[in-house]
Design a protein around this ligand. Structure first.
Ligand SMILES: [Zn+2]
Ligand SMILES: [Zn+2]
Length: 267
């Protein structure tokens, strides 16, 4: 399976795009502003969008991409784009975005029977079979209903935390999975610890507590995502500070790396 990082920033700025990952050609994990870097052909090949939650930085490009590919997909007789999300996420999208005020309701265009988009409800623990891939829905702890995902590949699972605060159930589950790569958020620096707590995100200190739950002896690359552009340097320094501290035992260190848009991984 190929994982292409379209966006992995916590906000927009020149060179910073919000959360979106493309699995092979046809499955999109979140639809942040990174989707805007895809060509029309690439966008039109996406058959499934899996959403972690309803926040704008993860869904902003969904209504826009539907508009971009509508004519092509209709001309090709393509099946409706399937948008997989928790019932609470789907309800929020219907009420606040696809409400014919902010954007047309693409689940009824051109007709209710043959629309351009169809919502599919998911639940935590379920394994979705999309585009020939098996993707497990993982728990997340956020201010709105939220999930993470684990996509099975030949070399193990590609695991994505989604937006989350402290999340013991997540570690319980992924400690049982062969993990090829973990992508985990650290939205704020230590200075913003109170804001991170309130908005249910991680900061370097809570990330350290979370990583301590990885079962002994398990090592895999850990990629940091969702850093706020203004704080990225600070967050990275602080993470390195705790993970590479001289008094830290060698087996307590992790293989922590920085994620950037444009990276592609073959798993
Ligand atoms: Zn969020
Ligand atoms: Zn977010």
């Amino acid at each position: 399976m190929r994982v292409r990082v379209l966006g992995c920033s916590g906000a927009i700025a020149h060179g910073c795009r919000t959360t979106s990952f493309l699995l092979d050609d046809d499955v999109l994990i979140d639809a942040g502003t990174g989707v805007g870097d895809l060509t029309l052909d690439e966008m039109a090949r996406i058959d499934h969008v899996l959403l972690t939650h309803s926040h704008l930085d993860h869904v902003a490009a969904l209504p826009l991409m539907l508009d971009s590919v509508a004519a092509r997909r209709l001309a090709a007789g393509a099946a409706p784009l399937q948008v997989h999300a928790l019932p609470g996420t789907i309800a929020a999208l219907k009420v606040h975005i696809f409400n014919n005020l902010i954007w047309p309701d693409f689940s009824a265009i051109p007709s209710v029977d043959a629309p351009l988009m169809r919502f599919v409800s998911i639940s935590v623990g379920e394994v979705l079979h999309v585009g020939g891939k098996a993707v497990e829905v993982l728990p997340a702890v956020h201010t709105v209903p939220a999930v993470g995902f684990a996509a099975a590949s030949a070399s193990g699972h590609w695991v994505f935390s989604g937006d989350t605060g402290r999340n013991p159930a997540f570690w319980q589950r992924i400690n049982q999975l062969p993990v090829a790569q973990l992508v985990i958020e650290t939205a704020f620096s230590t200075r913003e610890h109170a804001l991170a707590q309130r908005s249910l995100h991680l900061d370097p200190g809570t990330l350290a507590d979370e990583l301590a739950q990885i079962a002994p002896g398990r090592q895999y690359p850990i990629y940091i995502t969702h850093t706020k552009p203004a704080e990225t340097g600070q967050i990275m320094e602080e993470i390195q500070g705790f993970d590479q501290a001289p008094d830290r035992p060698q087996d307590g260190r992790h293989d922590i790396r920085w994620l950037s848009a444009g990276q592609t991984f073959e798993l």
